[in-house]
Design a protein around this ligand. Structure first.
Ligand code: NAI
Length: 266
């Protein structure tokens, strides 16, 4: 068992992935970054070939065991971006990395994985539920078609809902909890990154970005989110299993106060 933890961070070239890499490395951990640019492993997680190449490269770079995984790589809903791109990167790319690297996690020390959702799942109306279901069915071709029909602005929360539900369904299974691997979800709200700026620059949704209410009174910082993920990947979070941790300055609580928890009423 190595004393230096090895953690795979997708989306490590920018925003919250870059911040997570910095926080973990400052703590003395080894990070294998995966991104389509400026990373230890360069791969396009939107394609089956890119995902397979990423998994193979991480397996080689790590020597076959890793202690942590966080999948920040993602694409926002923008007017000029087809919904299919979001389905392939945000959902299928994320699932493929978690499934493909799970055997490496199983050989790690107190292994932990974190998938990335969004508070758009609960705070953006009109989520196309057919896209969510097709993602959960694992039917990438059909999900891509449905997402192109829905458009990428609506598809974004659909991909983030699907990944949260996928992770909660998987977290409790023999393959994950049974193998000693924690799997949890972080759902950020508006965090100041290049992705948020791209949304601000969008001709359709740009005007709403700075009007969305955040009770705490400001956007989040990438480092704030990185610290939450570092905690979930670390030794003091071993009782987390299948949790969706919303970190959004209060927007979800403002819009959906009594929807969570939803009591189990027979
Ligand atoms: P960002 O745009 O700064 O970084 C995203 C990274 O993902 C980039 O380095 C990019 O190259 C990489 N990436 C995109 N497509 C890829 C592909 N096909 N293959 C490999 N890498 C790819 O974004 P940010 O803001 O740091 O977001 C990180 C995650 O957090 C995303 O999944 C995003 O949806 C999510 N999120 C962001 C929020 C925000 O307000 N910034 C709010 C809620 C969720």
């Amino acid at each position: 068992m190595s004393s230096t933890r090895t953690v795979v961070v997708t989306g490590s070239a920018s925003g919250m992935g870059a911040a997570t890499k910095a926080v973990l490395e400052a703590d003395g951990q080894r990070v294998i970054g995966v991104d389509q640019r400026d990373a230890e492993v360069i791969a396009d997680l939107g394609t089956p070939e890119g995902r397979a190449a990423a998994i193979a490269a991480v397996t080689e770079a790590s020597g076959g065991a890793i202690d942590g995984l966080v999948t920040w790589a993602g694409v926002p809903g923008l007017t000029h971006v087809p919904g299919s791109v979001l389905v392939s990167v945000n959902h299928f790319g994320t699932v493929a990395l978690h499934e493909g690297l799970r055997p490496l996690l199983a050989l790690g020390d107190r292994p932990a994985a974190v998938a990335i959702s969004s508070n758009s799942t609960t705070c953006q109306p009109g989520v196309p539920m057919d896209v969510v279901q097709l993602c959960l069915d694992g039917d990438e071709a059909a999900a891509r078609d449905a997402a192109d029909a829905a458009g990428s602005l609506g598809t974004y929360p659909a991909t983030k809902t699907a990944i949260a539900w996928w992770a909660r369904q998987q977290a409790t299974t023999e393959a994950w909890a049974g193998a000693g691997i924690t799997l949890n979800v972080v759902a950020p709200g508006a965090v100041e990154t290049p992705l948020l700026q791209a949304s601000r620059d969008d001709p359709t949704i740009g005007q709403f970005i700075d009007q969305y209410p955040i009770p705490i009174g400001r956007k989040g910082t990438a480092t704030e989110l990185a610290e939450v993920v570092a905690f979930l990947l670390g030794p003091h979070a071993r009782f987390f299993c299948g949790s969706v941790v919303c970190v959004d300055g209060g927007t979800d609580a403002l819009f959906r106060a009594t929807d969570n928890p939803t009591p189990w009423v027979p």
